[in-house]
Design a binder for this molecule. Structure first.
Ligand SMILES: Cc1cc2nc3c(=O)[nH]c(=O)nc-3n(C[C@H](O)[C@H](O)[C@H](O)COP(=O)(O)OP(=O)(O)OC[C@H]3O[C@@H](n4cnc5c(N)ncnc54)[C@H](O)[C@@H]3O)c2cc1C
Length: 517
């Protein structure tokens, strides 16, 4: 799909190809609207590929008294677990209780009971010190009295975005990456009439007319729509993560760690065959135009926490595989402690321009519904929200294969690709139905994604369509020859272009994902 292949008029234009924009596009198409989404970099390039990858209620929001946000998030988590098997999966969380550190047993019991009541399912359970430390090998047991296990869920965030986009396109929607909106067009009365879209690499521009524009540009929202509330502005708060090889610490469930310096909760989370440690929460500053990268101070802060809880594991920064950082679209009225800022979303409306920003990935359907309700007066009268329908097209509960794939590999493929999983399996050589080392990704996924998911650059494929760039040592550099061979026909790049792409990818990885030492 290119700027030349799209029409000059749509019912609705959505700006921003993160989880918020993708969720809105999916719901708009379900409503029967002719909808187009424009993303100025790559799909999920922004915060939506850089989250902690949790689909969660957020236990700490309960502590802050944000009952509605927690309830909404738990409800959405339960729906996504039911509607996106293989993509959104349950994840056990372990919370150690140490004498005099963090919330005690009674406070946790009260919070977890409420959390489970919201899900209408009892998950949480208390374990004494010896049972708990069996579940968390190498945990520091000095002062450990026991701990709780509860349940949340996790996802591949960029694949969640991409599956929404794929299903929206499959049902008549349109989405373009590397196409930014440089201007919102208005008629003489000031009402929105269209946008100026620009290919950010070729510079090609065109005007597209529309009934309504939804601005879903997250942390960048105020560049297109000034805040209507005096003193309320987006405060870009950076959060970083470190990826650690799984063999360094045998964890099958996430563990909550209270940082010894400031008492903030950090998580160590098993994800896609590695461990993810994070996150930080600091002011990024107002320049959000470039790559968002992890600082040395953040890396030290995270590793200090890990050392305090797992001293026997002796994990240092040089053991980490990669790092990644994103900025939260948080609305702020002042200089609060970053971690105390609200994670609620807002909807602003002005003469055919609706902006939705803030919020969480977990509640993307709520954000989509609120934005589309705000847009409804500009849209055809017969367009009706259908949020009661499943978020995704259902996939077989127990897909059969016939090739050498396990039930969990099949579930994972259907979760990530919906019914397109079948074509990945059918067209694969048996030698490509193997894991790329250090990841749960099969080689066979690459050629199909290269051909079908609007790949402009190698980093789109390796950092977002699959996550080799975060999971394999050196961003998967040693696999680039095989990746090139597999993807050559799908990408139509000549050998010079491959050389450039490999160089650009490697330089980008060094700059944005190498662990600061
Ligand atoms: C470190 C961290 C951890 C997090 N962990 C979790 C978690 O575990 N669970 C959870 O539920 N939430 C989590 N969140 C929050 C969640 O990730 C964000 O709320 C969500 O990703 C925001 O999505 P978005 O689509 O609104 O913004 P983004 O994903 O940032 O997307 C906005 C997009 O708009 C594009 N854009 C900007 N300007 C233009 C323009 N003019 N034209 C076209 N496109 C434009 C950008 O390129 C960008 O891709 C986390 C956030 C951070 C930072």
């Amino acid at each position: 799909m290119t700027l030349q292949s799209i029409r000059d008029r749509y019912d609705l234009i959505v700006i921003g190809g993160g989880i918020t924009g993708a969720g809105i596009l999916r719901e708009a198409v379900r409503m029967g609207l002719d909808a187009l989404m424009l993303e100025k970099k790559d799909f999920a390039w922004g915060t939506s590929s850089r989250s902690s990858k949790l689909v969660h209620g957020g236990l700490r929001y309960l502590k802050e008294g944000r009952l509605h946000l927690t309830y909404e998030s738990v409800t959405q988590r339960q729906r996504l677990l039911a509607e996106a098997p293989g993509l959104v999966e349950e994840l056990g969380f372990l919370v150690p209780i140490y004498d005099g550190i963090g919330p005690g047993r009674n406070a946790l019991a009260a919070g977890l009971t409420l959390y489970d009541l919201m899900a209408r399912h009892r998950y949480h359970q208390y374990y004494d010190c010896s049972a708990f430390s069996c579940m968390v090998p190498r945990l520091n047991t000095d002062g450990l009295s026991g701990g709780y296990r509860f349940m949340d869920a996790q996802v591949d965030d960029a694949r969640l975005v991409q599956r929404l986009i794929n299903e929206a396109i499959g049902n008549g929607g349109a989405a373009l990456n590397y196409t930014g909106v440089s201007e919102i067009l208005r008629d003489d009365a000031g009402n929105v009439s269209g946008v100026v879209a620009e290919d950010t690499e070729t510079g090609e521009r065109c005007n597209i007319s529309t009934l309504c524009v939804i601005n879903a540009t997250g942390s960048w929202a105020e560049t297109l729509h000034a805040s209507p509330e005096a003193g309320l502005h987006l405060r870009p708060l950076r959060g970083s993560h470190l990826m650690i090889p799984a063999w360094r610490l045998p964890l099958f469930q996430a563990v909550t760690l209270m940082h010894p310096d400031d008492g903030r909760p950090l998580f160590i989370i098993p994800w896609e065959g590695a461990l993810m440690l994070g996150t930080t929460d600091i002011d990024h500053g107002s320049d959000i135009s470039g790559d968002i990268v992890t600082s040395r101070e953040e890396a030290d802060y995270m590793i200090t926490c890990l050392e305090a809880y797992f001293p026997a594991a002796e994990i240092s920064l040089k053991d980490c595989i990669s790092s990644f950082a994103g900025i939260r679209p948080v609305l702020s009225k002042g200089e609060k402690d970053p971690s105390k800022e609200s994670r609620e979303h807002v909807v602003w409306r002005k003469q055919g321009l609706v902006t939705v920003t803030g919020g969480k990935m977990t509640t993307f359907r709520t954000l989509a519904a609120d934005a589309l309700k705000a847009a409804s007066r500009h849209l055809p009268a017969n367009a009706r929200l259908r949020t009661e329908e499943p978020a995704f097209q259902p996939v077989p509960a127990l897909p059969s294969c016939g090739k050498s794939l396990s039930a969990s590999q099949m579930r994972r493929l259907y979760g990530r690709y919906g019914m397109r999983a079948r074509s990945i399996i059918d067209t694969a050589n048996s030698k490509d139905l193997e894991f790329i080392p250090g990841t749960f990704t099969l080689w066979a996924e690459l050629p199909v994604l290269a051909k079908t998911e609007q790949i402009r650059h190698l980093s789109d494929l390796l950092l977002r369509r699959v996550r080799i760039g975060l999971l394999a040592p050196e961003g998967g550099r040693e696999h680039l020859d095989r990746i090139q061979t597999l993807c050559e026909s799908g990408l139509d790049w000549d050998s010079d272009r491959w050389k450039i792409e490999r160089k650009m990818y490697t330089e980008h990885w060094e700059h944005a994902h190498r662990v600061p030492q």
